[in-house]
Design a protein around this ligand. Sequence first.
Ligand code: MG
Length: 269
Amino acid sequence: MTGGSFSLRDRLWRDDRSAGAIVLRSAREVELIRDAGRIVALVLDALAAAVAPGLTTAELDALAERMIRAAGAVPTFKGYHGFPASICVSVNDEVVHGIPGDRRLAAGDIVSCDVGATLGGYIGDGARTFSLSPVPPETKRLLEVTEQSLQAGIAAAVSGARVGDISHAVQSVVEAAGFSVVRRFCGHGVGTSMHEEPQVPNHGPAGHGPRLRPGMVIAIEPMVCAGGYDVRVARNGWTVSTVDGSFAAHFEHTVALVVDGPPRILTLP
Ligand code: MG
């Protein structure tokens, strides 16, 4: 699930001084987040295998909740600020925070599934967008570019760099491909709460923002639109859609910063 929406004021870059609430996790805590993240990955694998025309988004939610609970975890999103389901399912022009329901998936749809699992008090958060064939080449490219931008953001998440280096890496990949990146929602620190410091925007200048340090655990989650990046929130208070109706994709990993080199991805199977 994505971090709180930005007000214009919040978009101003924070420096190290105002980012005092960033928690550095011990090696043991990182392992606990990894245990939760593994469940997230296995659920996303199962959702990838399950998506098919005719299936409702509520059925995806039920599958995810069953798996999360069978693993001894709880679905992090359920009840979070009143969110009524276990996972977010966002279809086509829906970007994030879609509420599962009786909508039936159809060929040509893309469906973004965002999964959070809490195990022993520690949280993993991850998302992927799936497509239901046949989809046009441009839609396939949207998904590929979004995943590439996530990988670029992960590669930039090295200790000593700054949060803005991640943001810049994501934005560069997206815009070089002719797509746009959502400004209003962002990645975030994650650990014992779902949204911790720092915020991890998907756009902005390199070399700015809080310094990245070993032990930081963050969710990097580009939200990419085929058209413009303006989004609106539905009357249900949750579902975020593109204003221009263009399709949007969302990929997310929870990663742990290490001493040297790229971070450890905690939301892999
Ligand atoms: Mg998230």
